[in-house]
Design a protein around this ligand. Structure first.
Ligand code: AMP
Ligand code: ZN
Length: 111
């Protein structure tokens, strides 16, 4: 997708520190980390919002969550982690390509 920073990262047009990739997702380090470990898990399929998910995308997202669970120990997240999906303006979504923030490597404040 034109002018999408995550599509450009996946196309190799913008550098990133990738920690995992396969045919349908890429996981790389967030450039402005909000925790000791802050990764972004990005489906290769370009869509911005969960409301755009059809059955195929819903299945993709299910597989993606399962993969994050399986990969967590190898990503340094054995002690737990938090997933965040910002959606739209009120959540401050800045990149309009759906992504899952993976936060961990420390105790995470909740309140
Ligand atoms: P969101 O606010 O949920 O849309 O999150 C977008 C995230 O993408 C932010 O945490 C940014 O720090 C991150 N980000 C933006 N550009 C890059 C980049 N070139 N490489 C890595 N992370 C990025
Ligand atoms: Zn994109």
């Amino acid at each position: 997708m034109e002018n999408c920073v995550f599509c450009k990262i996946m196309a190799g047009e913008i550098p990133s520190t990738k920690v995992y990739e396969d045919e349908e997702i890429v996981i790389f380090k967030d450039i402005e980390p909000k925790a000791k470990i802050h990764l972004l898990c990005v489906p290769r399929d370009h869509f911005a919002l969960l409301s755009e998910a059809d059955d195929a995308r819903a299945a993709l997202l299910g597989r993606t969550l399962k993969k994050i669970g399986a990969l967590a120990p190898s990503l340094g997240l054995s002690d737990g982690y938090r997933l965040v999906v910002n959606q739209g303006e009120n959540a401050g979504q800045t990149v309009h390509h759906l992504h899952i923030h993976i936060l961990g490597g420390q105790s995470l404040p909740w309140e």
